[in-house]
Ligand binder design. Sequence first.
Ligand SMILES: Cc1cc2nc3c(=O)[nH]c(=O)nc-3n(C[C@H](O)[C@H](O)[C@H](O)COP(=O)(O)O)c2cc1C
Length: 340
Amino acid sequence: MDLKQLISSQPIIGLSPLDGITDEAFRLTQCHFAKPDIIFTEFVSAEGLAHNAVKLYDHLLFLPEERPVIGQLFGKDPDSFYLAATILCHLGFDGIDINMGCPARTVTQHGSGAALIEKPELASEIIKAVQQAVKNKTKLKDLKLKQKTIDKVETFRGTSLQNNNPTISVKTRLGINESVIETWIPFLLKHNLDFLTLHGRTLKQGYSGVADWSEIQTAANIAKTFNTPILGNGDIKSRQQGIEYCHKYGVNGVLIGRAAMGNPWVFSDHIATYAEKFAAMKFHTQKFIDLFSGRRFEPLRRHFLLYTLGHPRAKELRLKICQLTSIDQLLAIEANFLNC
Ligand SMILES: Cc1cc2nc3c(=O)[nH]c(=O)nc-3n(C[C@H](O)[C@H](O)[C@H](O)COP(=O)(O)O)c2cc1C
């Protein structure tokens, strides 16, 4: 079943994109312990890909067991989106998602992410550029890309099956300072998207307060009139809650972000033992080392700290975790972690 059919046929409980978190090591760990129905990469700069920043391909790594995988792009330049979307087609992604929801100042001050809500004409040009890229499937050699980029894409293609018809979707928020869904959502849906994801907060809210699911429900009613599937997002803590919300608020699915950090079982609702949690930490670390041999160990600590939530000896463990610099040091705290 392709991604488009999947999204319209069952309640989807998917992994939300989390920049700096949902890298390939995280996603493989997630899939090993409880596979989400769909998976997004972290966002990647369309302009960066178009300007041959080959380092960015680390964010786009994926393996067949993660499918369906959607690559997410952010940016503000339609021509760059055309190039970047063409690259994502060649990399074999099941879907291409356009970020119109990121509230980070580093992104919005350049007019990308949630700032596009205020620039509907530009948002429209970007969607059309991605649609044109998927339609044209321009050969790599016919794009103005450097040889190092073409080589990089060719190497990737060796490891992933091609998908010739990726979905095109947008992930957005309610508005900038207040909800504008009554105009913004119909505007987006006029573009014949394959699906839309709505996070129930405004840009101004960032991640504070609570997601407004009544607004998501209103958007879901609008989406029905366009016959476009919609995913709701914000504050979902379990698969069970996600399924309940699909029925209660009329969405085709939900994306779970923060609740998956330190708890890959959020997609199965299994209550993990400490032994299972430690096994996940080891698995995640091994994948991280195998994939990113040159990287510092420190980013893993953020994940490990979350695995200690609710642990009776959390305080003592956190002190140790904050000093970890190698997998051997992690293995040395196994007995402390399991002894509770
Ligand atoms: C650390 C962090 C990084 C994020 N990175 C992205 C991103 O790359 N792309 C995106 O569309 N949303 C991003 N988001 C937003 C999440 O995908 C999601 O919309 C938000 O966290 C609300 O869902 P949740 O309550 O399930 O976490 C990020 C959120 C956080 C906390």
